[in-house]
Design a protein around this ligand. Structure first.
Ligand code: C2O
Length: 480
């Protein structure tokens, strides 16, 4: 795997505003659409003489099965998720085992909370692709992490406390403000992108402050590009502060990353790169005609955890967590929510997820909205400690443009944009939780040229863990 050496210039490339492929014309649909589940004999049943094509939707793990109660019709008096009372933090749950966690990830408590305002952008931070980063940059980043690891454990900016932030917001340690019976979980919902954007934002600023560099930006793990489809070397060097021993030893460089990984090596390694590109195209373009398809399901005060993940979260994002962590049931570090952020590579992984969010916004052209105008999303808020160790309250509304938050990404090729597959909707996952899944079918039906068929047989075939999956119901929604 060759990497192109990059000089450490401080030039800031603007975030790419590439044009999306031409909009598909969406015809008015009047035909009926019938979906059947788990009826393998239908293929040969004589009374089913309709022109059926068997649409294979491969679904691994599913993050649990379909939860048919649409979170969109939940509480009539919906209100945005409000920052938790961190003084009420309790011992969380290990979501891989469903057992109480054996670590405490509650943050230090502070009486004073400041409503955070984005500071004016004086210098833009630059986030390079990890595999292209030059030596000076890596040295600087290593120094910053070393200093972060040297902070006392009770400093909310320390490496340990920063990792705990992720655990606290994911492992059901907080109760929801306004509904003390319901726990807060920022994954598998529309809070996924904005919450992680804020998390990385402060992590990056803390590192920048420790090395006195206001231009410091986190490297992103460019796993959506063949050049970046392996663990970046900077994380795999023993003795480096970026190294972590708790990873799958079979996935150290030069192993190729697998965006469809769910615990088993791909049978045909020669197809992995192409499949990765197809997976990316599906998650970024094909399967995301509605905003929730990309962002995840609505999640407000009173919504139970895990209403449903968006395409990237459910697919490549989770695959890369599982791929990186140890091949054990508990998957430390990256393969388990409570421990994931103990591995520095987490922040490069998520810097890429964050970048994909920005790219998605760039791809939505014309009348297609980029994000939810809904105040139940925009007014959701969280608490973080900033680079000065002050507890601040931040809002989703302030996350919509990365450049307004003062950072930008190195521009790299997007080969997945040209990787429209023939016919397939891949998904995967591992943790067993009740959830729901949305599958965008429109483009697939167009490709198969079956849009006008009266009936179509759709089989849902779990790719892994099939025996543990229950599908509780199916609903078809026509996207205009
Ligand atoms: Cu907060 Cu990648 O998980």
């Amino acid at each position: 795997m060759s990497s192109i050496p990059l000089s450490c210039s401080t030039t800031i490339a603007a975030v790419s505003q590439f044009s999306s492929r031409p909009n598909n014309h969406h015809k008015t649909r009047t035909h009926k659409f019938e979906v059947r589940c788990n009826s393998k004999n239908d293929e040969t049943t004589p009374q089913n003489k309709i022109d059926r094509r068997n649409l294979l939707l491969s679904i691994g793990g599913l993050y649990g099965a379909a939860n048919l109660v649409s979170a969109y019709h939940s509480p009539s008096l919906a209100s945005p998720i409000s920052a938790p009372d961190i003084s009420k933090c309790t011992r969380g749950t290990n979501l891989n085992t469903q057992q109480p966690l054996d670590v405490n990830c509650c943050p230090p408590v502070s009486e004073k909370i400041i409503n955070y305002k984005l500071p004016p952008v004086k210098t833009m931070r630059f986030r390079p692709a990890a595999h292209l980063a030059c030596k000076e940059y890596i040295t600087k980043y290593e120094k910053a992490v070393e200093l972060m690891k040297a902070l006392p454990d009770d400093d909310p900016r320390s490496f340990k406390q920063q990792a705990n932030v992720h655990c606290a917001y994911c492992n059901l340690t907080y109760e929801q403000t306004g509904d003390s019976d319901t726990k807060l979980q920022v994954h598998n919902s529309w809070l996924f992108y904005p919450w992680h954007r804020w998390y990385l934002y402060f992590y990056e600023r803390i590192l920048g402050k420790l090395i006195n560099d206001p231009t410091f930006g986190l490297p992103f793990w460019n796993w959506d590009n063949p050049e970046g489809m392996f663990m970046p070397d900077m994380f795999a060097r023993k003795g480096s502060p970026l190294y972590n021993p708790l990873r799958n030893p079979n996935h150290l460089p030069p192993a190729i990353t697998d965006l469809r990984y769910f615990g088993q090596e791909a049978a045909d390694q020669s197809k992995v790169i192409q499949n990765n590109l197809v997976e990316m195209y599906g998650s970024m373009v094909r399967n995301v005609s509605k905003l929730e398809d990309f962002y995840g399901a609505r999640y407000v005060t009173g919504t139970k955890p895990d209403p449903g993940a968006g395409s990237v979260e459910r697919g490549p994002h989770t695959a890369m967590h599982v791929w990186t962590g140890q091949a054990t049931p508990t998957g430390e570090d990256m393969g388990n929510f409570y421990s994931a952020a103990r591995d520095s590579i987490f922040f490069s992984h998520h810097a890429n997820v964050d970048r994909l969010w920005s790219l998605f916004s760039g791809l939505r052209s014309g009348s297609k909205p980029k994000d939810f105008p809904d105040s139940d999303w925009l007014d959701s808020n969280f608490l973080f400690y900033d680079e000065n160790a002050q507890l601040v309250r931040v809002r989703v509304a302030d996350t919509l443009e990365n450049e307004k938050m003062g950072y930008t990404f190195q521009k790299v090729d997007l080969p997945w944009l040209k990787s429209r597959p023939t016919a397939r909707v891949p998904h995967k996952n591992s943790t067993k939780v009740k959830s729901k899944i949305r599958l965008g079918l429109t483009e697939l039906l167009e490709d198969l040229d079956v849009e006008d068929d009266d009936q179509i047989l759709v089989s849902l075939v779990p790719k892994a863990g099939g025996e543990d999956i229950t599908i509780g119901g199916i609903k078809i929604i026509y996207a205009a």
